[in-house]
Structure formats: structure tokens, C-alpha cells
Design a protein around this ligand. Structure first.
Ligand SMILES: Cc1cc2nc3c(=O)[nH]c(=O)nc-3n(C[C@H](O)[C@H](O)[C@H](O)COP(=O)(O)O)c2cc1C
Length: 339
């Protein structure tokens, strides 16, 4: 702590909220953010978050139990709001008295925030607009993550730099706000702290840490990639909605464009109805992140990665990444011209 006096002072509200030393969250990454990486992050003074993704309540139960075996530091659990068993998953978090629950992927359904607060859990929310952020913070959200389109995985349309200017002046004085998306170095953290954020969330920088279970070929794809290789999924036909996802371009992303053209043609020829066509598109990527992360299929799988991927050049232990980020942030803040 004392090694980074300026950074620690500016992160203080974040570290108090999270109960850790450095207000650096490792954002939940499906398949990647499991017990190993999550415990490593929390043990290194950051804040790890389990990605529940599509896990069943039984699997989440086992994952939380295993993580608790590996760390006695606080960590969070990220739940996707449209999970059909959301309330059962919240009950599992209650069983283990999980301190922080992140609700991702949409507006939290009625009763979910209350169910978490009822057992004393803190609720972290995402919001794509300032109006929604205010509403969620008024109705029980304890902290907010703003995430720009530079990030890996599912993304919104607006850049982190713009979201930070819109949200931080309006919210940061009275609320705990973390900034995510495109952060690769501590200098950027310094900038967002100065704008009022009390911490940051990174995913891409941690995905290939030594402690990450990602397949060696997934990691190699990250080390080779440059910022421009982390592309947003393209929607080819206005009738066939595509959820924007940022991932490394590969055979699968090219194939996806061809698939959309093919399905649009089938629609034109009335060989399928709209529902069937949209399902074909939706199902294209089913299981694709797992194929890339776990099986190492970097040709056909989905290699979700943010634009900061160009700054990921080698496998490094989590503790080294966090130290480096904190050192860079502290150096940047110290180098500011005194008034
Ligand atoms: C491989 C990968 C998988 C991800 N999966 C999830 C997820 O399951 N749930 C979620 O809320 N965010 C997910 N994210 C987003 C991260 O939690 C984090 O917010 C994001 O990576 C931060 O931006 P950055 O990639 O620029 O560091 C994922 C990101 C990556 C790179």
C-alpha cells in the first residue's frame, strides 16, 4: 500500500468498497475466470470475480467452494441477468455469503437486487446510459462499472473515453464507479482516477496470466494479436440481429459473415421463417468461447479479446501484472506538474 501513496489515496473508496488492496477488478470472463485465476487475483491484492456464465447452480456452488479453499480474500460472482435460474444462483451466493455480486448482461430483473442485499451482498451493476445508471444506483446498486466498446466480449457502442466523460462528472462524487474497457497500462488508470473513478476493471490483460487455465493456443493467439485484430462482430442483414462481441478475427468470424449471407438468402427465398433464421444466427456461436478457451480451437472458436490485446505479449503471473499497473499509475501521478 505504502508503495503507491498517490494511487492508493485515489483508489481508497474503491478498495474500501471491495475490501482489497488495489482497486483493480479482473472482470469476469466466461470459462477463464474460474477458481484458479479468481483466487490468484484476490491473493495478489486485486479483486477476482467468478464468471458464472451459463453454469448451473450446482456448478456455481462447487466453484465458489473451491475458490474459498484457495483464498481467504474477498472475491465477487458475476451473474448474467437473463440466466433462467438467476434466483437459484443468488441463493447459492447467499449460502456462501458472497460479499459482492455483479449483475451483468441487462437490467436486473425485479427482486434480484433486493435478494442479494437481503443477505448482505453488495451489488455491482453495469449501465449503458447515464439515465439507467442513475436509476440502478437509486434502486439498490452499490457500485457501477462503465464499460466501453474497446473491451473484450459483449460490448456496447460507445468508447470508454466518452463514457468516462459522460458518467464520471455526474456520478463519481457520490458513487463508487469503476471504469473498464481498453485499459492496458497504469497511465490510463491514473487518468480515470483523476476523472473521479475509484478503480478500474480489466479483462484482456489478465486472460493469459500464468494462473489462467486458458489453452496455450488461446494464449498464443493473444500474444500474436495487435489492437486492430480485436474486431466487433459484423451484422450483415438488418433483419438478422447480431449481438456485438469483440473477439480476435479468425476463420470463425469470416464464416459467421458467410453464414449470415446464406441465412438472409434463405429468408429471401422463403425457405425459412424469421424465427428460424434468427435462431440459426444465434446458435452459430453456441459453445464457441469454450472451444477457444478450453479446447484451444483458435480457428473456429470465439477468441474474445479487447483492443488492449496488443499490450499482452507474454505469460505473466497475476501479481506481476498488478504490480506493473500500480507502478505505472503511481509514476504517472507523480510526474504530474505540481501547481
Ligand atoms: C474472454 C472474455 C470473456 C468475457 N466474459 C464475460 C462474461 O462472461 N461476463 C461479463 O460480464 N463480462 C465478460 N467479459 C468482459 C470482462 O469482464 C471485462 O469487463 C472486459 O474484459 C474489460 O475490458 P478489457 O477487455 O478491455 O480489459 C469477458 C471478456 C473477455 C476478454
Amino acid at each position: 500500500m505504502t508503495n503507491y501513496p498517490k494511487t492508493s489515496a485515489m483508489m481508497q473508496r474503491g478498495t474500501e468498497f471491495l475490501g482489497c488492496e488495489s482497486a483493480i477488478l479482473c472482470g469476469a470472463m466466461s470459462w477463464v475466470s474460474e477458481r484458479g485465476l479468481v483466487s490468484a487475483i484476490s491473493n495478489a491484492g486485486g479483486f477476482g470475480v467468478i464468471a458464472c456464465g451459463a453454469m448451473t447452480p450446482e456448478l456455481l456452488d462447487a466453484e465458489i467452494a473451491a475458490t474459498k479453499e484457495l483464498t481467504d480474500k474477498p472475491f465477487g460472482v458475476n451473474l448474467i441477468t437473463m440466466h433462467p435460474q438467476l434466483f437459484e444462483l443468488i441463493a447459492v451466493c447467499k449460502k456462501y455469503a458472497v460479499t459482492h455480486v455483479v449483475l451483468a448482461g441487462g437490467i436486473p430483473p425485479k427482486g434480484s437486487v433486493e435478494a442479494i442485499k437481503e443477505f448482505g451482498g453488495k451489488v455491482i451493476v453495469f449501465a449503458p446510459t447515464l439515465a439507467l445508471a442513475k436509476k440502478l444506483l437509486r434502486s439498490g446498486g452499490d457500485a457501477l462499472v462503465i464499460e466501453g466498446m474497446e473491451a473484450g466480449g459483449h460490448i456496447g457502442p460507445v468508447a470508454t473515453s466518452v463514457l468516462a466523460q459522460e458518467f464520471l462528472p455526474a456520478l463519481a462524487k457520490d458513487h463508487v464507479v469503476f471504469v473498464a474497457g481498453g485499459i492496458g497500462r497504469g497511465e490510463a488508470i491514473a487518468g480515470y482516477l483523476e476523472m473521479g473513478a475509484c478503480g478500474v476493471q480489466l479483462g484482456t490483460r489478465f486472460a493469459c496470466a500464468t494462473e489462467s487455465i486458458a489453452h496455450p493456443d488461446f494464449k498464443k493467439a493473444f500474444f500474436r494479436a495487435k489492437a486492430r485484430d480485436a474486431e466487433t462482430s459484423v451484422q450483415v442483414d438488418p433483419r438478422l440481429p447480431v449481438i456485438p462481441v469483440r473477439a480476435l478475427k479468425n476463420k470463425g468470424t469470416e464464416e459467421f459473415k458467410r453464414k449470415q449471407i446464406e441465412v438472409a438468402g434463405m429468408l429471401d427465398r422463403e425457405e425459412v421463417n424469421m424465427g428460424e433464421a434468427q435462431l440459426e444466427i444465434e446458435h452459430f456461436w453456441a459453445g464457441a468461447l469454450r472451444r477457444a478457451v478450453i479446447d484451444g480451437d483458435v480457428e473456429n472458436g470465439s477468441i474474445m479479446a479487447g483492443q488492449s490485446v496488443g499490450m499482452v505479449t507474454k505469460e505473466e503471473p497475476v501479481a506481476e501484472i498488478i504490480t506493473e499497473l500500480m507502478e505505472q499509475c503511481e509514476a504517472a501521478l507523480s510526474a504530474r506538474v505540481a501547481a
